[in-house]
Design a binder for this molecule. Structure first.
Ligand code: M6R
Length: 615
C-alpha cells in the first residue's frame, strides 16, 4: 500500500520519480506527489486522484529542474484522499519533505507534543509529524540520516519513510520497519522504492533493506545502518526480470497480460524441481527432512486469493501426506490463540510477501515454536525473509490488483510442497510423485488451451453486464474455485457475488435463486469421485428448476451436464486435485470482461491496493 520512490543522480529527478511512480501506481492511487531539490530549496507538487492528475499539474505548473527527488502514490489510511493529505509532507519552513507507507500508531501523541512546541500541522495524516520531527532533529545535528535514526526510534507502528532536506541537496534517506523498501544501485545514481519495478529501467542491482534500518543514498553509493546507528548487514541481488515484464506489452490491461502469462508462469514454477533420479528437490526449503518427518499438523495462513490457494492446498496435503491441515485467514489467526508447537508446519502464502496480516500470523507462529514455510512470488520481501524456508513461485511481477498468475503458481507450489512432504515422510512412492509431476507439467499446455477458447466466455460476460448478482457453486476443490470466482467478480465488477459449497445450497442459499439469476457451477471430473460429480449435477438441476441461468464449467467429454447447462464452458480433463489450475482461468476472464463492460478500471479497482501492508 502506497508506492514510494527516491532518486539521487544526474538525471532529471522529476522524470525518474514520475516514471517510477507510474510503475508503483498499483500500490495505491488515491493521490500522488513529488518533491525535488532545486536551487537551494525544496519544490513540491501533490494532487488528489490518480497520478495523471499530478502529471497534469506538473505540466501546468512545472517544478524547477533538480537531480534529487522523492515521490509517492497513496492508498489513504489517515485522512481522506485530498490534495492536502497527499504526500510529500513538509515542515513549516518547507526545507524537509517526507513520504511514507504504513501507519504511525503514536502519531496523535507526537502531534500534540509538536503543537505544544509551536509547530502548525495542516493535514489529517500521521505522516506529517515525521516531517516536523525531522526538521527539529536536523536543526540540532545537520545530518539527515542521523535525524531519521533519531526520529525512527520514537515511532511506533509499521512504516517506510523516505525524506530529503534542502540543506543536503545530494542526499535521500530512507528507513523501514515492517514495510517494504528496496535500494537500486546504478552508475553514479541510486534509487529507493517500494518495489524494484520503479527502477528496473535504470538498474537491476538491488539491495534488500532489513528491519529497522536506515539507508543514506548518495550518487557515489549507499550507506546502511540500524536505527541505533550500528553498521548493518545487507544482501545485494540481481533482479532476474527486465523492464518488459513490468509493462503491458500491448495488452489493454496488466490483468489481461497476466492471465495470458499463466502457462509460462506455471511452467517456470515447476522448473528445476526434479533431479536426475526423478526425486523432488526443493532446495529453498531449508527445513531439515528430519524436522518435516516430525510434523503432525500443517496450518496454512494467507489472505484473499492466496487464502483460496491455501483452501485448495489442504485437499492435496491431506490426501498425499495424511497430515491434518487447517487453513486460516491470516487476519484472524493470531487472535484466536491457535494451538501451535514445534511439530506444526505453518505455510504462509503471499504473492507480495508484504501482506501485514500474513506477516503478523507467521511471526505469531514462530513465537510459538512452529516452523514457517513461505510460498511467495517476491524475492527478498519480508515474509520469506522472516520465514524458516521459502518456496518461490516464478510468476514474474504481478501488477494488476486482481491476482491471477500468482494464484495458479501458488497452487503449483503448494502441490510441490505436499508432494515433498509425502516424499520425505514416505507416504508417497517415487513413481506416484513422478506421475503427479507429469500431470502438473501438462497443465501449462492445458491452460493455454483454455485461453484459446475464451471468446464465448467474454461474450457471456458482456451479456451479463447489467446483472446485480452472480453466484458461484463448487464441491471439493471446486468450492475454493467458486470462492475465487466470486472474489474476482466483487473486486473487479463491483457486483454482489458469492461462492458456496454446492452441498450447502439446501441449507439456506437456495433461497437466493430467482428467475434468470446467473449461477456459475464448477463441475468436478466424472472420472475421479463420481459421487461428487453426480451430486453436483443434481445441484444444477435443483437451481435450474428454480429459474437460475446455469453457467457450467465442465471437463471435455462430460456429457451428463449438457441438458442442464444454459451456457457450457469446457476445460481440459485433469486429475481431480489439479482441476483448479484450469477451472479458475475462465472465471478470471469472465470477471475481467464484465468489469470492462461495466466501465470499471480493471487494473486498479476502487478502494483496493495490490500490497496490503496495514492490518
Ligand atoms: O500479496 P498477497 O498474496 O499476500 O495478497 C493477498 C490478498 O490481498 C490478495 O490475494 C487479494 O485478495 C487480491 N487482490 C485478490 O485478487
Amino acid at each position: 500500500m502506497c508506492g514510494i520512490v527516491g532518486y539521487v543522480g544526474s538525471q532529471s529527478a522529476l522524470d525518474v520519480v514520475v516514471a517510477g511512480l507510474k510503475r508503483l501506481e498499483y500500490r495505491g492511487y488515491d493521490s500522488a506527489g513529488i518533491a525535488v531539490l532545486a536551487d537551494g530549496g525544496m519544490a513540491a507538487a501533490k494532487k488528489a486522484g490518480k497520478l495523471a492528475n499530478l502529471e497534469k499539474e506538473l505540466v501546468e505548473r512545472p517544478l524547477p529542474a533538480g537531480s534529487t527527488g522523492i515521490g509517492h502514490t497513496r492508498w489513504a489510511t489517515h485522512g481522506g484522499p485530498t490534495d492536502l493529505n497527499a504526500h510529500p509532507h513538509l515542515d513549516n519552513a518547507g526545507r524537509v519533505a517526507v513520504v511514507h507507507n504504513g501507519i504511525i500508531e503514536n502519531f496523535a501523541e507526537l502531534r500534540a507534543e509538536l503543537a505544544e512546541r509551536g509547530h502548525a500541522l495542516s493535514s489529517e495524516t500521521d505522516t506529517e509529524v515525521v516531517a516536523h520531527l525531522l526538521a527539529e532533529e536536523f536543526s540540532a545535528c545537520a545530518d539527515l540520516a542521523e535525524s531519521m535514526r533519531l526520529v525512527c526510534r520514537r515511532l511506533e507502528g509499521a512504516f517506510t519513510l523516505v525524506a530529503a532536506h534542502a540543506d543536503e541537496p545530494d542526499v535521500v534517506v530512507g528507513a523501514r520497519r515492517n514495510s517494504p523498501l528496496v535500494v537500486g544501485v546504478g552508475e553514479g545514481e541510486a534509487f529507493l522504492a517500494s518495489d524494484v519495478a520503479a527502477f528496473i529501467a535504470h538498474t537491476r542491482s538491488a539491495i534488500e533493506l532489513g528491519q529497522d534500518q536506515v539507508v543514506e543514498l548518495r550518487r557515489d553509493g549507499v550507506h546502511v545502518t540500524g536505527f541505533d546507528g550500528s553498521p548493518a548487514e545487507t544482501r545485494s541481488y540481481h533482479v532476474d526480470w527486465d523492464v518488459s515484464a513490468a509493462e503491458k506489452g500491448g495488452y489493454d490491461y496488466f490483468m489481461l497480460k497476466e492471465i495470458a502469462e499463466q502457462p509460462k508462469a506455471v511452467a517456470d514454477t515447476l522448473l528445476g524441481r526434479i533431479d536426475a533420479s526423478g526425486s523432488l528437490t526443493l532446495d529453498e526449503v531449508r527445513i531439515a527432512p528430519g524436522a518435516l518427518r516430525e510434523v503432525d499438523k500443517v496450518v496454512v495462513v494467507a489472505c484473499g486469493t492466496a487464502f483460496h490457494a491455501g483452501l485448495i492446498a489442504k485437499y492435496a496435503i491431506e490426501h498425499w501426506t495424511r497430515i491434518p491441515c487447517e487453513v486460516e485467514l491470516a487476519s484472524e489467526f493470531r487472535y484466536r490463540d491457535p494451538i501451535l508447537d514445534a511439530r506444526t508446519l505453518v505455510i504462509a502464502i503471499s504473492q507480495s510477501g508484504e501482506t501485514m496480516d500474513t506477516l503478523m500470523a507467521l511471526r505469531h507462529a514462530r513465537e510459538q515454536g512452529a516452523k514457517v514455510l513461505a510460498v511467495c512470488n517476491t524475492n527478498g520481501s519480508t515474509i520469506p525473509r522472516e520465514s524458516d524456508a521459502v518456496l518461490y513461485t516464478h510468476a514474474g511481477p504481478e501488477v494488476a490488483v486482481a491476482s491471477t498468475k500468482a494464484f495458479l503458481t501458488q497452487l503449483v507450489a503448494c502441490y510441490l510442497v505436499a508432494l515433498y512432504l509425502g516424499q520425505v515422510r514416505g507416504t508417497k512412492w517415487g513413481d506416484e510423485i513422478r506421475a503427479v509431476v507429469r500431470d502438473l507439467s501438462r497443465i501449462s499446455e492445458e491452460v493455454e488451451q483454455v485461453l484459446e477458447t475464451m471468446e464465448p466466455v467474454r461474450e457471456l460476460a458482456r451479456s451479463l453486464a447489467s446483472k446485480n448478482t452472480v453466484l458461484f457453486l463448487g464441491r471439493h476443490v471446486g468450492y475454493p474455485v467458486a470462492l475465487e470466482g466470486a472474489l474476482k467478480l466483487k473486486e473487479l465488477a463491483y457486483m454482489h457475488a458469492e461462492g458456496f459449497a454446492a452441498g450447502e445450497l439446501k441449507h439456506g442459499p437456495i433461497a437466493l435463486i430467482e428467475e434468470d439469476l446467473p449461477v456459475v457451477v464448477v463441475v468436478p471430473s466424472p472420472k475421479g469421485r463420481s459421487v461428487l460429480h453426480d451430486k453436483i449435477v443434481s445441484n444444477i438441476q435443483e437451481i435450474r428448476a428454480r429459474g437460475a441461468r446455469t453457467i457450467v464449467i465442465a471437463e471435455e467429454g462430460d456429457e451428463t451436464v449438457v441438458p442442464y447447462a444454459d451456457h457450457l464452458i469446457r476445460i481440459p480433463a485433469t486429475p481431480v486435485l489439479l482441476q483448479p489450475l484450469v477451472a479458475t482461468v475462465p472465471l478470471q476472464v469472465f470477471a475481467c470482461e464484465l468489469a470492462t463492460a461495466r466501465g470499471n478500471e480493471v487494473d486498479q479497482p476502487r478502494n483496493l491496493a495490490k500490497s496490503v501492508t496495514v492490518e
